[in-house]
Design a protein. Structure first.
Length: 429
């Protein structure tokens, strides 16, 4: 593909390196999405950036393109850029998209995370890759063993910073920060901004360009999400009913525990579904095969625990089904954000029992709005099992078909207003 034959795209406005323009065209990107439009210019100027946006809104390209452009305009060996992500799946996904965008460059990249042999990662690091993408635990391990040199890092990216806090990674991150040069660019992206992450941002970022695309805790407007009241013993039958609907072409089913995910995947497989599990007791090779099979449509159903919620980026997932409610209200947005991605419509169903009523109240308090309740014929729980939920007024959406809701009707959460601003806390350099 010659430069002259590249079709013009909305990314041309940024003045990116010509090899990246080729990568963007080859990736099929046409126009920048809001988070990209708002953050790429500031990132290319070398400014610190704080990006708050819902999952599935294009954050990876928002930080990868400025990072790659900077490396291309001053080619040297690395590592020169460090990208931290909370899970192996997300680190792998970030690396894959970044490699696609940089396919026509000579930049080198390595992905480092636990659960696999450290030897191949060390060998890759010895080749001087410009970009290192990894999870905090393995990055810190390599650093403390003297196998990873971070003294030349020019750009640091923290992706899904709120989830890193949820997983207890902040102590590791602070140790990594202490090994980085004081003068560097920092790009921090998160779906929500709890108090602890706000404190980290205030200390990390130097007069950042802040982009807040609505409330990060609010599900995307493309997601039709609702609660389904059901007795615990009827969940399995309700799940079968949901999976057999005509509009359910692919689904991610979330469970509370690893054992439950494994068992449910096995049960669905025996019932004739093309289902596969994804949970923390699996080896990295098993997890990679499961994800590859789901992406390539060899499996229609992925049964997962929260460990996978941030790392799954699969197009055209029609349904997310919370078989068990998430452990925290914040995890609700991250789970259901696996559908309704890339401006496509999606459906998210959460099974709720009497034991979940406190979670429901906390989640609705976080969202600032009630979550619609829906009932499936034959699955109305007994009176004594029915949660004491604050029901929303009955509207036309309650009785509408899923097809109608996916075409734009039904109750949807608003994505909120969009605003970009400069300023904020200063980083201690």
């Amino acid at each position: 593909m010659s430069i002259s034959t590249i079709t013009a795209t909305g990314f041309d406005q940024f003045g990116l390196h010509e090899t990246l323009i080729r990568g963007i065209a080859a990736a099929g990107f046409e126009n920048p999405r809001p988070i990209q439009d708002e953050t790429i210019p500031a990132g290319m100027q070398g400014r610190d950036v704080l990006g708050l946006a819902q999952t599935g809104t294009g954050k990876t390209a928002a930080f990868a393109l400025p990072l790659l452009d900077r490396l291309l305009r001053d080619p040297r060996k690395g590592p020169r850029a460090l990208v931290l992500a909370p899970t192996r799946e997300l680190a792998t996904q970030i690396a894959a998209e970044t490699r696609t965008l940089s396919a026509f460059t000579r930049l080198k990249m390595v992905t480092v995370y636990g659960g696999v042999s450290i030897r191949s990662q060390v060998i890759a690091l010895r080749r001087g890759p410009q970009v290192v993408v990894g999870c905090p635990g393995r990055v810190l391990d390599l650093l403390q063993q003297g196998l990873l040199n971070l003294s030349q890092i020019e750009t640091l990216v923290l992706d899904e910073a709120d989830h890193m806090f949820d997983m207890g990674f902040l102590p590791d991150i602070r140790k990594i920060l202490a090994a980085l040069p004081a003068k560097r660019q920092n790009l921090l992206f998160s779906a929500t901004m709890p108090r602890e992450i706000r404190h980290l941002a205030d200390n990390l970022l130097d007069h950042p360009h802040v982009v807040d695309l609505g409330e990060g805790a609010t599900p995307a407007s493309t997601i039709d999400h609702a609660l389904y009241l059901v007795a615990e013993g009827h969940k399995r039958a309700l799940l079968e009913k949901m999976l057999k609907r005509d509009d359910c072409t692919s689904a991610i089913v979330f469970t509370r525990t690893k054992h439950r995910a494994r068992r449910l995947a096995e049960q669905l497989g025996k019932a004739g579904h093309r289902a596969v599990g994804l949970q923390g007791n699996m080896s990295q090779g098993q997890r990679d095969r499961a994800m590859r099979g789901f992406r390539e449509n060899r499996y229609d159903i992925l049964v997962a625990t929260d460990i996978a919620a941030r790392g799954i980026d699969v197009s055209n997932v029609s349904h997310v089904i919370n078989y068990d409610v998430p452990s925290t209200p914040e995890a609700y947005t991250h789970r259901i954000g696996r559908t309704g991605r890339a401006e496509c419509n999606g459906i998210a169903c959460t099974f709720v029992t009497n034991a979940d009523r406190l979670w429901v109240r906390a989640t609705e308090r976080m969202l600032g709005a009630p979550i619609p309740r829906r009932q499936v014929e034959g699955f109305k729980p007994e009176a004594e099992d029915k949660p004491r939920l604050h029901h929303t007024p009955q509207g036309n959406s309650q009785g509408r078909s899923h097809d109608a809701r996916r075409s734009g009707g039904g109750s949807r959460s608003s994505g909120g207003s969009r605003r970009a601003r400069s300023g904020g806390g200063g980083r201690r350099r």
